[in-house]
Write a protein that binds this ligand. Structure first.
Ligand code: NAD
Length: 364
């Protein structure tokens, strides 16, 4: 399939290819939707094996951002950018600034943030050429590392799941298994223990496990053993595709809610979880804390208090999704997609009716 066929099949508004021969920049920015606001999504700097692979990834990720922001009730659309290359050896100031000028040429239709292979420092470099960048450190007026916000959002999701399943969001005495105690998982472990839950953790990086054990009294288990742990809820906070046809039969939890992106290996795994009687709360609902935090930054002056209040909204979103899934006999993934699509139709449709003099593209 050609680029236009692929982009049109998934409903993308715009795909921009940018290059700078001097620095070797090769970037693709995908704007999936600006129906609800500027397309927000991070910049992934990754050594893709081919341009096709990079294009497939950026289109998929941009569309995912549209759904995440729409379901979270944000005034943001979905976009994503990739830079093809090895961030450790290829990244230079010139390349990042050339990339920033490509972002700037979009006039605010796309707003970037950090992602795999890019850092807060890179966002500072990018901000020297464009104002359409977020996730800047606090001393630059930004919201800084999004991980604590993401973890706070995951906790709100876990509480709402508990209320839905067990009639009470009190987590004392609950057993939660956390796969991956990095930036999000470790903050989540801390907040869960403060809420009276006990945590069972695993991580491929031993110092991360040791920290969770000594700081939060976590019980450590092996990398593969985590799937067999008897617990109330499993929180995947490592990489994607944890749940597949071989791990799902082993699970001994009642629910899944965690921060990792793309937790299900295939769409059939949502049905496999239903068959096992396990409530799966869709990843893009649970891990929206990062974008919610960034929306607070885009208001102009970032405040953690305001962000924390907005993060509680993730609990309401989870309740809406689980209630609707139950009522319609659909998987929570399908219910969440419908909620996002309805909001894009409804609020996005309203925004198409512009007032006289209103710009045709969102500029925040
Ligand atoms: P991180 O790199 O700080 O932590 C991930 C941890 O998982 C690391 O400690 C790593 O050693 C561990 N890990 C990797 N493979 C593992 C495996 N097979 N089993 C157990 N542990 C393993 O990343 P993070 O920022 O904490 O993000 C965690 C997940 O949440 C990622 O999937 C990320 O895409 C997603 N996410 C993060 C944010 C955020 O704000 N940081 C926002 C949305 C989504």
């Amino acid at each position: 399939m050609g680029v236009f066929e692929v982009a049109q099949a998934e409903g993308h508004e715009e795909v921009l290819f940018g290059s700078d021969p001097e620095s070797g920049l090769r970037t693709i920015i995908a704007i999936h939707s600006t129906a609800l606001g500027p397309a927000l999504g991070g910049t992934r700097f990754y050594p893709y094996a081919s341009e096709d692979e990079a294009l497939t990834d950026v289109l998929r990720l941009a569309k995912g951002m549209t759904y995440k922001s729409a379901a979270a009730g944000l005034d943001l659309g979905g976009g994503k950018a990739v830079i093809i290359g090895d961030p450790r050896t290829d990244k230079t100031e010139r390349m990042l600034r050339a990339y920033a000028r490509v972002i700037d040429s979009l006039g605010g239709r796309y707003v970037t943030a950090e992602d795999v292979g890019t850092t807060t420092d890179d966002m500072i470099t990018i901000s020297r050429e464009t104002k359409h960048v977020s996730g800047l450190p606090a001393e630059y007026g930004g919201s800084g590392d999004p991980s604590p916000a993401t973890a706070t959002g995951v906790l709100a999701a876990i509480r709402a799941t508990a209320r839905h399943l067990w009639g009470d969001d009190d987590l004392s005495g609950r057993r939660i298994a956390i796969q991956g105690v990095g930036k999000v998982g470790s903050s989540l472990a801390e907040q869960l223990v403060k809420s009276g839950a006990s945590v069972i953790v695993t991580d491929t990086y031993k110092p991360a496990v040791d920290h969770a054990v000594s700081a939060y009294g976590a019980k450590a288990v092996g990398i593969d053993e985590i799937y067999d742990v008897e617990c109330d809820l499993f929180a995947p906070c490592a990489l994607g595709a944890s749940f597949n046809e071989s791990t799902i039969p082993r699970l001994r939890c009642e629910a899944i809610a965690g921060s990792a992106n793309n937790q299900l290996a295939t769409t059939a795994d949502a049905d496999r979880l239903i068959e096992r009687g396990i409530t799966y709360v869709p990843d893009f609902i649970v891990n929206a804390g990062g974008v919610i935090n960034i929306q607070e930054e885009l208001h102009g002056s970032y405040s953690w208090e305001r962000a924390a209040r907005a993060l509680e909204g993730i609990g309401d979103a989870v309740t809406r999704v689980l209630t609707r899934a139950q009522a319609e006999g659909a998987t929570p993934v399908i219910a969440a997609r419908h909620i996002a699509e309805e909001r894009i139709e409804s609020v996005g449709g309203l925004r198409l009716r512009r007032r006289p003099g209103e710009p045709t593209s969102p500029t925040n």
